[in-house]
Design a protein around this ligand. Structure first.
Ligand code: GBH
Length: 519
C-alpha cells in the first residue's frame, strides 16, 4: 500500500522541495485498516477559522532549570534523585528553549501554524509557589515569548500547569493538600493579570488523570508517591476545585477586559470491547465514563463525579472492609462552584485500547487500577509507535469525538495533543506522516459527517523533548533535536513538511481536483 501523499507544492521555506506526489488512487492509509465504511480517506477541508497548532510543555523543553531565580519543581527533584528516569536523564537543559526562543518561533512559522500551545513553569514565576515569591525575571521570559508570538501572528494557547509543581508546595503535601486550591488560584490570578492581554486561550490543567495517578498512586512520575487506592482520588479532588476556582477568578476579574476562554485538558484513549460478550461491552462503556468522566463530568455536567465512578469505588472500598468510599465527596456548594466551569473542551488523544471485564479477587486491594473491574489491552496487529502504550488506531479518534458529543453535547473541542513517538534519530518518519494524515482525517470526518464541533488541532510535539520517565528515548517531534550537541539544533522531519502541507491546504485537497482548479 502506497502512502497517501499530498505533497504537491514545494514548500521552499524548508530549503528544498518535497517528496514528489504519488498515486492518489489509494483510499486507505494503512494495510491494517481497510474497512470501506470506516477507513476510506476523505478528501475535504476544514472551516476557514480552524486553529492549527503545535504543542510543548515547560519542563519538557525549557531547560535553564535554575536560571534567573527559578525555584525547583517536583520534576527537578524527581529527575535528580536518580533511578526514576530512563538513564537518569533530566530536564536540566532539555531543548534549551529558554535560550532559543527565536528558533522555536521560526519553526512555528515554517510549519505555518496559527497557534502555539505551551505551558508556564509555576516555579519560574513563583519560585516557592506562593505570591510572595514573585520572580520578575521569570515573568519577563514569558512576556518576551508572548510578544514574539504576537509579532509572528501566532496565537498563544497557554497551559498553567503541565506537571511542574513548585517543590516547596510538594513539601506540604502537593495536590493531596487542599491548600493547593488557594495557592493555584493565586498563581492563576497572577498569570491572568500579567499575560492576559496577550492570551485568549487558557488551560488550567494538563491531564489531571495522568499526573494524579502516575504521581500519587503508581509513583512513576513526580513526586513518585505510591498512595495506592486513594492518592489519585484525593489529589484529583483538589485539582478539580482548583480548576473551578481559577475559572471563576477569570470569569469575575478578567473576562470582560480580556475576552479569553478558560478550560482544562483531558486525556482519553478510545475504548473498544475486547469481545462481543456483554461483560466486555459493559466494561468498554464504563471506561470513558471513568477515564474521561472522572474530571470532565464534574466540570462539564453537574459538579460531581459520574454515578458509575462513585458506585464502583464505593463498592470496591466496601469489599475491602472500609466503611467509607476512597473517592472523596464534594459538598453541595462545591458542586455548584464546579459545574459549568469551562469555555471549551481540550482533548489529548493518542491511542485506542481494548477493554475486557475482569472481576477482582477478594478481599480487594485498594488501587485505582483495580476499582472498575476492567482490564485494558491492545491488538498486536495495530501499527506500533516507540512508546509501549501507543498503537496507531486512527478510527478511535472519530469514535471518541462522537462519544463526547453524545455525552457532553455541542461543546467546542480543541484537540490539544495528538502525535506519536519514534525511538532513534531519523528525520525520515513515514509512519508519523501516516499517523498525522489518518488521525486528522478522522477528525475531519467527525466534524463534517458527524457534526462534532472541533475548533482546532495541536500536534504533539513541535520538537523532540524530555518524555518524562522515558527521558529522551521516546521522540515525538515534528522537529528532531540533537541532544548530544550543546546547541540543541533542530531539524525538520518529513512529517513537519507533511503537516505544513495539511495546514496550507486546510485539510486534504485531492491532487486531481487541484489541477483542475488551477487550469
Ligand atoms: C501526554 O501524556 C502529555 O501531556 C505530554 O506531556 C507527553 O509528552 C505526551 O502525552 C506523550 O506521552 O508507560 O504504560 O506507564 C499522555 C499520557 C502518560 C500516556 C504516560 C502514557 C505512560 C504509560 N501518557 N503514560 S506506561
Amino acid at each position: 500500500m502506497k502512502l497517501l501523499t499530498m505533497f504537491m507544492l514545494p514548500l521552499s521555506i524548508f530549503g528544498h522541495s518535497l517528496v514528489e506526489s504519488e498515486s492518489t488512487d489509494n483510499k486507505f492509509i494503512f494495510d491494517t485498516f481497510q474497512d470501506p465504511k470506516r477507513d476510506t480517506f476523505l478528501w475535504e477541508t476544514f472551516p476557514d477559522d480552524f486553529l492549527w497548532g503545535a504543542a510543548t510543555a515547560s519542563y519538557q523543553i525549557e531547560g535553564a532549570w535554575d536560571a534567573d531565580g527559578k525555584g525547583p519543581s517536583i520534576w527537578d527533584t524527581f529527575s535528580h534523585e536518580g533511578g526514576r528516569v530512563y538513564q537518569n536523564q533530566t530536564g536540566d537543559e532539555a531543548c534549551s528553549s529558554y535560550n532559543k526562543l527565536k528558533r522555536d518561533i521560526e519553526m512555528l512559522q515554517e510549519l505555518g501554524v496559527k497557534s502555539y500551545r505551551f505551558s508556564l513553569s509555576w516555579p519560574r514565576i513563583l519560585p516557592d509557589g506562593t505570591a510572595k515569591s514573585f520572580n520578575k525575571a521569570g515573568v519577563n521570559y514569558y512576556k518576551r515569548l508572548l510578544d514574539a508570538l504576537v509579532r509572528a501572528g501566532i496565537e498563544p494557547m497557554v497551559t498553567l500547569y503541565h506537571w511542574d509543581l513548585p517543590q516547596d508546595l510538594q513539601d506540604i503535601g502537593g495536590w493531596e493538600n487542599e491548600m493547593m486550591v488557594s495557592y493555584f488560584s493565586d498563581y492563576a490570578d497572577i498569570c491572568f493579570r500579567e499575560f492576559g492581554n496577550r492570551v485568549k486561550l487558557w488551560i488550567t490543567f494538563n491531564e489531571q488523570i495522568i499526573f494524579t495517578t502516575h504521581g500519587y498512586e503508581i509513583g512513576s512520575h513526580a513526586p513518585g508517591l505510591k498512595h495506592s487506592g486513594y492518592g489519585a482520588y484525593r489529589a484529583g479532588h483538589t485539582t478539580i476545585k482548583a480548576h473551578a476556582q481559577a475559572w471563576h477568578i477569570y470569569d469575575q476579574k478578567y473576562r470582560n477586559k480580556q475576552h479569553g476562554k478558560v478550560s482544562a485538558v483531558f486525556q482519553s484513549s478510545w475504548f473498544e470491547p475486547k469481545t462481543n460478550s456483554l461483560g466486555d461491552k459493559l466494561a468498554a462503556k464504563r471506561a470513558p465514563e471513568v477515564v474521561l468522566g472522572w474530571f470532565a463530568h464534574p466540570i462539564l455536567v453537574d459538579g460531581d463525579y459520574p454515578a458509575v465512578m462513585k458506585e464502583y469505588v464505593a463498592n470496591a472500598s466496601r469489599l475491602q472492609g472500609l466503611t467509607t468510599s476512597r473517592l472523596p465527596e464534594f459538598t453541595e456548594s462545591e458542586k455548584k462552584m464546579i459545574a459549568g466551569t469551562y469555555d471549551f473542551l481540550g482533548l489529548n488523544h493518542y491511542t485506542t485500547t481494548y477493554v475486557s471485564h475482569k472481576a477482582r479477587a477478594q478481599p480487594r486491594v485498594a488501587s485505582f487500577d483495580l476499582d472498575f473491574d476492567m482490564e485494558l489491552s491492545q491488538d498486536e496487529a495495530w501499527p506500533k509507535a516507540a512508546s509501549s502504550w501507543l498503537k496507531v488506531v486512527p478510527w478511535g479518534l472519530r469514535r471518541l469525538l462522537g462519544w463526547i458529543k453524545e455525552n457532553y453535547g455541542d461543546v467546542p473541542i480543541y484537540i490539544t495533543e495528538n502525535g506519536m513517538s519514534q525511538s532513534g534519530m531519523d528525520t525520515n518518519d513515514e509512519l508519523r506522516i501516516k499517523y498525522y494524515q489518518s488521525y486528522i482525517n478522522e477528525m475531519l470526518k467527525a466534524h463534517l459527517i458527524d457534526g462534532v464541533n472541533v475548533k482546532g488541532y495541536f500536534a504533539w510535539s513541535l520538537m523532540d523533548n524530555f518524555e518524562w520517565a522515558e527521558g529522551y528515548s521516546e521522540k515525538f517531534g515534528l522537529y528532531e533535536v540533537d541532544f548530544d550537541d550543546p546547541k540543541r539544533p533542530r531539524t525538520p522531519r518529513d512529517s513537519a513538511r507533511a503537516y505544513a502541507e495539511i495546514i496550507q491546504n486546510n485539510g486534504f485537497i485531492h491532487p486531481g481536483s487541484k489541477e483542475k482548479t488551477e487550469l
